[in-house]
Design a protein around this ligand. Structure first.
Ligand SMILES: O=C(CO)COP(=O)(O)O
Length: 253
């Protein structure tokens, strides 16, 4: 059975105090309420929160994710954070290729290829984001577009390395908009992604790869989304900033 995952992406939100309060609440609720052991709950915090949050999550069911990382392992890159540094916290996951980073920070396929390689070399798990704009969907090109994002950044990997990834499908038109992909739209894309992976790496790798859905996941739509056979969890933005909502989403399996 592949791993179900509910990962929060706090984005650029929360002071340190707010982040620690949120973490404590989530830790307590997960401990008291989350009975499904096949759900990995992950907190995707800003860099400055990671060390302090790690102290609160250490020894609990929660894992920790960064929201980005530089592609080089170290060097003269003022203001950047490396995989080596993240590993030393320690962090287990790193979100890469989020549409906000592609759009505002010009992250290219090539950069994402390098980031993936660096993260895997440091035994960190990339949560690789993909997803189309509304314009692309309206032209009916969404499946091809997303498959190309995977191919261009990830298909240089060996099957063994590909099997270490988490994929997050996040349609740009659903991010922060309150518009969620319908269950049918999510399932169609997740199945297409899994089939595309199977064509390249075989059924076993494809069946083992967690594919998360992101885009206005809320407590009231999570259950139906997670019930789709190829949706293995969520990458949650806004709702991950509220402990009750986030844990209710994690309990939706
Ligand atoms: O971008 C997202 C998670 O990475 C989704 O954000 P929202 O859940 O706020 O739509």
């Amino acid at each position: 059975m592949r791993q179900n995952i509910v990962a929060g992406n706090w984005k650029m939100n929360n002071t340190l105090d707010e982040g620690l309060k949120l973490t404590s609440e989530v830790v307590n609720m997960v401990q008291d309420e989350l009975t499904n052991n096949n759900v990995q709950v992950i907190l995707g915090c800003p860099f400055v929160h990671l060390t302090s949050v790690q102290k609160l999550t250490n020894g609990t069911k929660l894992a920790l994710s960064a929201q980005n990382c530089h592609e080089e392992a170290k060097g003269a890159y003022t203001g950047e954070i490396s995989a080596t540094m993240l590993k030393s916290v320690p962090v287990q996951y790193v979100i890469i290729g989020h549409s906000e980073r592609r759009q505002y920070f010009g992250e290219s396929h090539d950069t994402l290829t390098k980031k993936t390689d660096t993260l895997l070399a440091h035994n960190l798990t990339p949560i690789f984001c993909c997803g189309e704009s509304l314009d692309i969907r309206e032209k009916g090109e969404h499946v091809a577009y997303v498959c190309n994002q995977l191919k261009d950044s990830l298909f240089h990997l060996s099957a063994e390395d590909f099997a270490r990834l988490v994929i997050a499908y996040e349609p740009i038109w659903a991010i922060g908009t309150g518009v969620t992909a319908s269950n049918e739209q999510a399932q169609e894309m997740h199945l297409a992604i899994r089939s595309f992976i199977a064509d390249k790496y075989g059924k076993e790798v494809a069946e083992g790869t967690p594919i998360l859905y992101g885009g206005s996941v809320k407590p009231d739509n999570a259950k139906a989304l997670f019930a789709c056979p190829d949706v293995d969890g969520g990458l949650v933005g806004g709702a991950s900033l509220k402990s009750r909502d986030f844990v209710d989403i994690a309990k939706s399996f």
